[in-house]
Design a protein around this ligand. Structure first.
Ligand SMILES: C[S@@+](CC[C@H](N)C(=O)[O-])C[C@H]1O[C@@H](n2cnc3c(N)ncnc32)[C@H](O)[C@@H]1O
Length: 225
C-alpha cells in the first residue's frame, strides 16, 4: 500500500484504486480532438490518463510530488505547483477544474481556483468544472459505502444553511485516512454568476448528477480582468 498523502490530505493510494468512472468519457466527448488540456489538481492522473489515451496533450498541475509521480508515468506532462498561485504563462484549449474545487466553502480559495482556470484558458476555449450537486450539499447524511474495494465513511456531518461541514474516512485493507472539508451549494444561478465574474459562460451540464459543468471563455478578453 502506498502511504503518501498530499498536502490537502488526499491519500495517494485512494486515487490509485478508485476507477475514474464515466468522467473522462464525458469530458472527452465535450472537447475538440487533440486539445491542449490543463488539469488543475490532477493527482495521480486518474482522469487525465484516459484523455492522454484519447490523443489530447494533457498538462497536470498538483502540489503533491507523490501524486505527480504516477501522473507522469501515465503520460501526463506534470507541473508541481500550487493551483491558487499558478502562472504558467501559456493558455490551453481546455482547463479542468475538478475535485469539487468550485464547491470549496471558503470564498477566497474558491475564487482563486476560478481565477487560475480563467487565466489559463484561451479566448473561446473550454473549462470543465466539477461541483458537488447542490441537493447533495443540502441533504447529505452520514453513510458508509464501498467503491472499488475502498470503504468510504462520511461522518461528522453538520449542515449550516448552504454549507455542509463533514469528514470522510477511507479504509483500504488495514489502513485508514480521514479528510475534513466544507462545501457550499452552488446552484445553477450561482454557477452562472461565478462563471461570468471570470469571463466564462455556462454551456451545459455533462452528467446525470449535475456535477460536471461545461463553460466557454469569451472570444475576446473581457472587462472582468
Ligand atoms: C481529491 S484529489 C483528486 C485528483 C484528481 N482530480 C482525480 O479526480 O483523481 C485532489 C488533488 O488536488 C490536489 N490539490 C489540492 N489543492 C491543491 C492546490 N492548492 N494546488 C495544487 N494541487 C492541489 C491534491 O494534491 C490532490 O492530488
Amino acid at each position: 500500500v502506498e502511504d503518501a498523502v498530499a498536502p490537502d490530505g488526499s491519500p495517494v493510494e485512494l486515487y490509485l484504486r478508485v476507477a475514474p468512472g464515466p468522467t473522462p468519457a464525458l469530458i472527452g466527448a465535450a472537447i475538440p480532438p487533440a486539445s491542449s488540456v490543463l488539469d488543475l489538481g490532477c493527482g495521480v492522473g486518474r482522469i487525465a490518463a484516459d484523455l492522454v489515451g484519447a490523443g489530447h496533450a494533457v498538462t497536470g498541475v498538483d502540489n503533491s510530488p507523490d501524486m505527480l509521480r504516477y501522473a507522469r508515468e501515465r503520460g501526463v506532462e506534470t507541473v508541481e505547483a500550487d493551483v491558487l498561485t499558478l502562472e504558467l504563462g501559456r493558455r490551453f484549449d481546455v482547463v479542468l477544474l475538478l475535485s469539487h474545487l468550485v464547491s470549496e466553502a471558503d470564498d477566497h480559495l474558491r475564487r482563486a481556483c476560478w481565477r487560475a482556470a480563467a487565466r489559463h484558458v484561451r479566448p473561446g476555449g473550454l473549462v470543465v468544472v466539477e461541483r458537488f450537486s447542490p441537493a447533495w450539499v443540502r441533504t447529505v447524511e452520514p453513510a458508509t459505502r464501498v467503491r472499488d474495494g475502498v470503504e468510504v465513511e462520511l461522518h461528522d456531518v453538520v449542515h449550516d444553511g448552504d454549507v455542509v461541514h463533514a469528514s470522510v474516512t477511507y479504509r483500504i485493507v488495514d489502513r485508514e485516512w480521514t479528510q475534513t472539508f466544507a462545501a457550499i451549494a452552488i446552484d445553477d444561478g450561482t454557477m452562472a454568476e461565478e462563471a461570468a465574474r471570470h469571463g466564462l459562460v455556462v454551456e451545459r451540464i455533462l452528467d446525470d448528477e449535475g456535477e460536471l459543468v461545461l463553460l466557454r471563455a469569451h472570444e475576446t478578453e473581457g472587462a472582468h480582468r
